[in-house]
Design a protein around this ligand. Structure first.
Ligand SMILES: Nc1ncnc2c1ncn2[C@@H]1O[C@H](COP(=O)(O)OP(=O)(O)OP(=O)(O)O)[C@@H](O)[C@H]1O
Ligand SMILES: [Mg+2]
Length: 566
C-alpha cells in the first residue's frame, strides 16, 4: 500500500493560503495599503486598471525595505511585525501574519520596488510566486508594489471575478474603510487614469468624511463621543429624520482597524430606539478604542472581524453612545408632522429677520414647501398664547409648543456645531460692555474663554473683577447680551447643568438655555413661524435639552370625542 498523505509543495500551499487572503482585486488593495500604513506612510497612492484585474499598483512613502528584507518579504510567515505569540495580544499593526505578500505573489505577476533611504533601492519580480530577479532600483524612500494579471495561473478563480464596475466599486470600498481608519494619511485612487478618490490628510474624522462624501452629507451628521470604563467610542451618527431604508453608510473601526460587524451596527441602531422607523438604516461611523487584551484580532482569514471579550458590554455602550449623540432623550417617540399644511402660507421666510440661528438649509426647504402649499392648503393658524406657548395645526391635531424650550433646542444644535467648528458670527460692540463678576465666576470665564469665543463672546480682563466684553452673539432681536453672559457664567461657575459627561454638550446646553427667548416674550407672527420651522428641522424636535417636552399634542380624535363628533 502506498502512503496517501504528502506534504504539499510550497507553491501549492501558497496558492491555497492565497485563496483565504486574496479573493478579488479589492483584497489585494486592502493588504497592500495596510502594509503601506504599517510602514508609516503619509501618502498612499493606488492605481488600478480594468477593475484591478489587469493591474493594481500601490505606492507609499513609508519606511521601505532593505534588499534582504525585500527578498524575505515574499517568504511565507515572514513578518517584521511580531516575533512571538504574546505580541499578538494588542498588536497595533494591520499585518502580523506574514501571509499577504507571498499569497498575492503566488497568484499574479508581481513587482516590488523599495528603498529604505532614497539612496539604495531594490527591485524584485516574481511570477506565480517564483522569484525571477532582484535588481537595483532608483526611487525615493518608500515602496511600490505592482500586481498584474491577478489569478492568471488559477483560471478557476479568475472566472469568479465580476465585471469591471463591481470590482472597481469593491476597491473603492476597501480604500474607503482604510481612509476612515486613518484620516491623517493622504490617499488617492485612480482607475484607468480616472481619479476616483483624492483625500488630503485630515486632522479630524469629519474632514475625512467631507473628503469622501461631501460636506452636504458629512455636515448633517451628529458627533458621537462617549466613554465607559476602558471603552471609548467616537464617530458620527445620522440624524433620525435623514435615515433611509437603503444606501446607508455603516463603518466600524476597532482599535484603528476597520472591521465588518453587523452586530455592532445593529446595537448602534438600537440607540435610536423609536426615533427612526423600523426599516430605516441610519448612516453610522463608529470608532471603538479599548485595551488590546479586550479584543482578539486574529479570528478571520482576512482580518475583517474581531472578537470582543465582552461583546454584550460593548454593544450596550455603543447603543448608549448613539443615544447620547442624538440628544438627551432619543428615547421618546417621534412626533408625526404634516409639515406643509401646518406651515403653508409661511411666506418667503427670508430667514434674515427674526430668530437667527445661522443658515439652515432644512428650514429653507420647509419654507419653500410651505410656500408651494400656500395656494392649495388652508392658512395655518399659528397663535401665541400667554406670550409663552405657540399653537398650530399638526398632522395629528393641535400642537402646542413651549417657545423657550423650542428655541433652546434650536440653539443647542446650532451651538454644538459652532463649538466644534470655527465658531459663530459675532457682533463687535462699538462700546465694550463692562461687567463685574465674583471670583469663582472669573475663574469660570477664564476656563471657558475659548468656548465663549466660539459662541460669540470675546471677553478680556478689564480691571479687578470687571471684564470687558468686545463681541457678543446675536441669536434673536430681543437678545440681552449682558444678562445672558452673566447667567451663563453663573451657571458655569455654580455647576448648574451638571450631569453632562461631555463638556461641549454641557456648555452648549447652558448657553442655549440662557440665550433662548424666554417665556413671556411676545413674538411677531413671522418669528413664531420661523421658530416652529426651525424646531421641526432639528434632530429631536420633541424635547428640549433638559429632556422636557417642547411640544404637547392635543389629538384631533380627542377633540372630536369631546365635542361629541365621534
Ligand atoms: N509597503 C511596505 N513598506 C515596507 N515594508 C513592507 C511593505 N510591505 C510589506 N513590507 C514588509 O514585508 C513584510 C511582509 O508583508 P506581509 O503583508 O506579507 O506580512 P505582514 O504585513 O507582516 O502580515 P499580514 O500577512 O498579516 O499582512 C512585512 O512584515 C513588512 O516588514
Ligand atoms: Mg501585510
Amino acid at each position: 500500500m502506498t502512503d496517501r498523505i504528502a506534504v504539499l509543495p510550497p507553491a501549492v500551499a501558497d496558492q491555497i493560503a492565497a485563496g483565504e487572503v486574496v479573493e478579488r482585486p479589492a483584497s489585494v488593495v486592502k493588504e497592500l495599503v495596510e502594509n503601506a500604513l504599517d510602514a508609516g506612510a503619509r501618502t498612499v497612492r493606488v492605481a488600478i486598471e480594468d477593475g484591478g484585474k489587469s493591474l493594481i499598483r500601490v505606492s507609499d512613502d513609508g519606511a521601505g525595505m532593505s534588499r534582504a528584507d525585500a527578498v524575505l518579504a515574499l517568504a511565507r510567515h515572514a513578518t517584521s511585525k511580531i516575533r512571538d505569540t504574546p505580541e499578538l495580544i494588542g498588536v497595533a499593526t494591520f499585518g502580523f501574519r506574514g501571509e499577504a505578500l507571498p499569497a498575492i505573489a503566488s497568484v499574479s505577476r508581481f513587482e516590488l520596488e523599495t528603498s529604505p533611504d532614497g539612496v539604495s533601492g531594490t527591485g524584485l519580480r516574481a511570477v506565480g510566486g517564483k522569484r525571477e530577479d532582484v535588481h537595483d532600483a532608483v526611487r525615493q524612500r518608500g515602496t511600490t508594489v505592482t500586481v498584474r494579471a491577478l489569478f492568471f495561473n488559477t483560471p478557476a478563480r479568475r472566472k469568479f471575478l465580476r465585471a469591471q464596475a463591481s470590482e472597481t466599486r469593491a476597491v473603492v470600498e476597501a480604500l474607503t474603510v482604510l481612509a476612515l481608519a486613518r484620516p491623517d494619511v493622504a490617499f488617492s485612487l485612480t482607475s484607468d487614469d480616472r481619479v476616483l478618490l483624492e483625500l488630503p490628510p485630515a486632522t479630524r474624522l469629519l474632514e475625512r468624511l467631507r473628503g469622501l462624501w461631501g460636506a452636504a452629507f458629512a455636515d448633517t451628521l451628529l458627533p458621537i463621543t462617549h466613554r465607559e470604563g476602558a471603552l471609548e467610542i467616537q464617530g458620527f451618527a445620522q440624524r433620525p429624520a435623514q435615515a433611509k431604508p437603503t444606501g446607508r453608510k455603516g463603518y466600524v473601526c476597532v482599535r484603528g482597524r476597520p472591521v465588518r460587524d453587523p452586530f455592532l451596527l445593529r446595537a448602534a441602531e438600537a440607540g435610536y430606539r423609536s426615533a427612526i422607523a423600523p426599516g430605516d438604516r441610519p448612516s453610522l461611523i463608529l470608532c471603538l478604542d479599548l485595551p488590546g487584551d479586550a479584543v482578539d484580532v486574529n479570528v478571520h482569514p482576512a482580518k475583517l472581524e474581531v472578537r470582543f471579550r465582552d461583546k454584550f458590554f460593548v454593544e450596550q455602550v455603543v447603543a448608549a453612545a448613539v443615544r447620547r449623540a442624538l440628544g438627551p432623550l432619543a428615547a421618546a417617540a417621534p412626533v408625526e408632522w404634516v409639515r406643509e399644511p401646518a406651515l403653508s402660507g409661511a411666506g418667503g421666510g427670508d430667514g434674515t429677520r427674526g430668530i437667527d440661528t445661522g443658515p439652515s438649509e432644512a428650514s429653507a426647504e420647509l419654507f419653500a414647501a410651505g410656500a408651494r402649499g400656500a395656494e392649495a392648503g388652508p392658512r395655518p393658524v399659528v397663535l401665541q398664547v400667554f406670550d409663552t406657548y405657540l399653537l398650530f395645526q399638526s398632522a395629528a391635531g393641535v400642537a402646542i409648543v413651549d417657545q423657550h424650550s423650542a428655541h433652546e433646542r434650536v440653539l443647542y444644535e446650532g451651538v454644538l456645531a459652532q463649538l466644534s467648528g470655527d465658531g459663530a458670527p459675532a457682533q463687535r460692540l462699538l462700546l465694550p460692555l463692562t461687567l463685574e463678576f465674583a471670583a469663582p465666576e472669573l475663574e469660570a470665564l477664564e476656563t471657558h474663554r475659548e468656548l465663549l469665543r466660539r459662541v460669540g463672546y470675546e471677553v478680556a480682563p478689564f480691571s479687578g473683577r470687571t471684564v470687558a466684553v468686545h463681541t457678543a452673539p446675536n441669536p434673536h432681536p430681543r437678545f440681552d447680551a449682558a444678562r445672558c453672559l452673566q447667567e451663563l457664567v453663573a451657571d458655569l461657575a455654580g455647576g448648574r447643568f451638571g450631569g453632562w459627561a461631555n463638556r461641549l454638550e454641557r456648555f452648549a446646553a447652558t448657553f442655549a438655555c440662557r440665550a433662548a427667548i424666554k417665556a413671556g416674550q411676545r413674538l411677531e407672527p413671522e418669528e413664531i413661524r420661523e421658530l416652529v420651522t426651525r424646531l421641526l428641522a432639528t434632530s429631536l424636535p420633541a424635547h428640549d435639552v433638559h429632556g422636557r417636552p417642547t411640544i404637547v399634542q392635543l389629538p384631533r380624535d380627542e377633540l372630536e370625542r369631546r365635542f361629541g363628533r365621534s
